[in-house]
Ligand binder design. Structure first.
Ligand SMILES: *Cc1c(COP(=O)(O)O)cnc(C)c1O
Length: 483
């Protein structure tokens, strides 16, 4: 490995040229003596070029979509057009202040208004709030609305939110945060909600049901209307986790098949890159009679002018974020929606689904595919079960070997209900050539499990950092370079 920046240290070498300081910056005038450092900070003396090489090299060590295929299931790591980034950095957006008079920000308000309307249109809901800034934050907001709904109706006995065992971990976490009890039900052998188990868990205390559609097994839950009928019969509400909306946008309107509330992940579906923790967007849409509970303000229009609407503040659950969520993320979603239009959005979903089915089909003789009776949606689950049973190779080993081939690994060991799961989501932005290369790499790995199992146990071999001890790293994290 190349020398680190610390090892390039050479006493007196400088990476900057600044005039000598002629101001008294004696720190003891600002801080008590006891807080001041006694020794110099031990930083390397290096040239500007050394610094450039250091940061460029670091940037190459990480994987990103611009570097290679990134089939991380459930995360929709697609390529986001750079034009969105350029446009959103325009001074007309970046120099705005959220406290400006409405008259001076009509353009910005129009964009937010249109985004509320467009998201409502493609999902089939009455209106949409742009405040939540993550999928989990959308879930929290939606569950608060379920609470507000029951409170207003005097449904004081409502205590439980039900969800299937394939749910993403944020679902139960959000349920707990909003003060409800979690009730987990089983998926059936086809990977869908088990209706009989659902019926067995329904009672007067049921406040609502959370369902991801398509679900985390990559399957479209075709029984949504029947489920909605069951939930509505006890006056529960249907919440849709819309993190996987990339598979169905322009094709299905969840608000028209039984769902009452849904969140979008702007950072998965609508052109905000992610990974590394943000910033994101998790707007939620609701049916007509729930609009009065949405966070304030909403953006509305009257006599040709856009304004901040606080009119339902008595019934609103209140704010869940300052101003209008992540403004720049919302702008990017707006540009993406307008650029693609209705037909383009539909093609995104269709291609995402075709790409996933293509890989699934090509891999079915090489890896165990637990649910293949029906077409998958934008992602599918493969399992390393055969490799484990025959050669003692774990899915973790396979995932590490995938890194050696230049790809990001799929999501592994999730969903929890499939042993040795690998969740593969290619997204619509990849070419057939890339998919074929990935398929070949996966087939090669399956062969290596048979011919050179030791290689897999040692993988990765060509990454900047070899296999780390996850457990030790969690307990004794040491990121300090000693020199
Ligand atoms: C990503 C995801 C979430 C959570 O979204 P965040 O923006 O990470 O909070 C919830 N459910 C599913 C199915 C997801 O894939």
């Amino acid at each position: 490995m190349a020398k680190t920046i610390f090892e390039k240290h050479s006493l007196g070498r400088k990476g900057y040229t600044l005039p000598a300081n002629d101001v008294d910056v004696s720190l003891s005038r600002c801080f008590p003596e006891k807080f001041l450092r006694k020794e110099e900070v031990k930083l390397p003396d290096v040239s500007e070029l050394d610094v450039m090489r250091h940061f460029l090299e670091l940037s190459h060590m990480n994987h990103c979509i611009e570097k290679g295929f990134y089939p991380l299931g459930s995360c929709t790591m697609k390529y986001n057009p750079k034009i969105n980034e350029t446009l959103v950095r325009n001074d007309s957006f970046m120099n705005l202040h959220p406290f400006q008079e409405e008259d001076t920000v009509q353009g910005a308000l129009e964009i937010l208004y249109e985004l509320q309307k467009d998201l409502a249109e493609i999902s089939g809901f009455a209106n949409v709030t742009l405040q939540p800034v993550a999928g989990a934050h959308g879930e929290f907001t939606g569950l608060k609305i379920i609470r507000a709904y029951h409170k207003l109706k005097g449904n004081t006995h409502k205590k439980k939110i039900i969800f299937p065992d394939s749910a993403h971990g944020t679902n139960p976490a959000s349920v707990i945060l909003t003060g409800y009890d979690v009730v987990e039900i089983k998926s059936n052998e086809r990977g869908m909600v088990d209706i009989e188990d659902l019926k067995a868990h329904i009672d007067d205390e049921t406040a609502g049901f959370m369902l991801t559609n398509p679900n985390t097994l990559g399957l479209f839950e075709s029984q949504v209307e029947e489920i909605a009928e069951i939930i509505h019969s006890v006056d529960g509400l249907m919440y849709m986790d819309g993190a996987n909306f990339n598979a169905i946008m322009g094709l299905v309107k969840p608000g028209e098949n039984g769902f009452d509330i849904m969140h979008f992940n702007l950072h998965k579906t609508f052109a905000t890159p992610h990974g590394g923790g943000g910033p994101g967007g998790g707007p939620i849409g609701v049916r007509e009679d729930l609009v009065k509970f949405l966070p304030v303000p909403m953006i509305d229009k009257k006599d040709g002018k856009f304004f901040l609407d606080y009119s339902h503040k008595e019934t609103s659950i209140g704010k869940v974020q300052s101003f209008f969520g992540n403004f720049a993320v919302n702008i990017k979603a707006y540009i993406y929606l307008k650029m693609l239009g209705p037909k383009g959005l539909r093609r995104v979903a269709e291609n995402a689904v075709i790409n996933a089915n293509y890989i699934q089909k090509k891999l079915e003789d090489h890896y165990f595919i637990p649910y293949k009776d029906i077409y998958c949606m934008h992602e599918f689950i493969a399992s390393g079960k055969w490799q484990k049973d025959k050669y003692g190779i774990k899915t973790l080993d396979i995932a590490k070997r995938i890194l050696d081939k230049g790809y990001h690994a799929p999501t592994i060991y999730f969903p929890l209900i499939v042993p040795e799961a690998m969740m593969i989501e290619p997204t619509e932005t990849e070419s057939k050539e890339t998919l074929d290369e990935f398929i070949n790499a996966m087939i090669e790995i399956a062969k290596e499990c048979e011919t050179s199992p030791d290689l897999l146990k040692e993988a990765p071999l060509n990454t900047p950092v070899r296999r780390v001890d996850d457990t030790l790293a969690v307990r004794q994290l040491n990121v300090k370079f000693e020199w």
